[in-house]
Design a protein around this ligand. Structure first.
Ligand code: AMP
Length: 229
């Protein structure tokens, strides 16, 4: 399940809506989880939400699965309503961190209109930037806990006991879309579809770039510092 939880922290007062952009493998999910704890607001990970629909065998999961397996984007007709519903709930929690949305210009425009409609402040947008050359290795080495959703990396961030989650002891798995051929397609889709989204926010002076090659702690503290400004 995507995690939605409130935790201890002191940055919540300044935060309402945070958007994390970045290529697959940049560490957005890890950062979303860390920021959610630091800022005491929930996060929404659209990839996790869709995987959860697939696992539960819902109609949406059934419709989304073939796109996800191929490394393609799930159509907006499926993702948009899912986001709108969750965004309404999130607005009541004092804010939300969006991980994996928007990924296209159309999604960025939809988000702006939903934010207006719901009277939320405009999103603070961060690009977690990692050079493409690092991403293939990062993604194919990624292992995920199917129970709590935490990510590991067999090279850079292995679990204490190989193949087992440090937090709940569940056996780690490789996401089907982290196989090399699918990763290459996801990176192609990112360059084609998500780059214009980044340009859209940059043109409006709404984009802050964060060096995603730094240690996880440093990436989090860089974002928190900018969120608190
Ligand atoms: P992620 O876990 O963020 O890498 O997302 C996994 C897959 O879910 C993507 O490759 C897409 O197929 C789908 N997905 C996640 N977020 C979106 C989105 N905002 N729009 C369309 N498809 C998405």
């Amino acid at each position: 399940m995507p995690v939605s939880r409130r935790a201890q922290g002191n940055a919540a007062q300044q935060v309402s809506l945070v958007v994390l952009l970045g290529p697959p493998g940049a560490g957005k999910s890890t950062q979303a989880r860390r920021l959610a704890e630091r800022c005491s607001i929930p996060f929404l990970d659209t990839g996790d939400m869709l995987r959860d629909e697939v696992r539960r065998g819902t109609k949406l999961g059934f419709q989304a699965e073939r796109y996800m397996k191929a490394g393609e984007l799930v159509p907006d007709t499926l993702v948009g309503p899912m986001l709108e519903e969750r965004l309404s709930q999130a607005a009541e929690s004092g804010g939300v961190i969006l991980d994996g949305y928007p990924r296209t210009l159309a999604q960025a425009e939809l988000l702006d209109s939903l934010v207006n409609k719901k009277g939320l402040p405009p999103p603070r947008v961060f690009l977690v930037d990692v050079p493409t050359a690092n991403l293939l290795k990062r993604l194919t080495a990624r292992r995920v806990c199917p129970r709590c959703g935490r990510n590991y990396n067999t090279y850079e961030q292995p679990p204490q006991k190989p193949g087992v989650c440090d937090f709940d002891g569940a056996p780690l798995v490789q996401r089907p879309d982290d196989r090399e051929a699918v990763v290459r397609e996801r990176l192609r889709v990112y360059r084609k579809e998500t780059q214009p989204t980044i340009d859209y926010y940059a043109r409006q002076g709404r984009l802050a770039r964060i060096d995603g090659t730094q240690a996880q702690e440093k990436v989090t503290s860089d974002i928190v510092a900018k969120v608190s400004q």
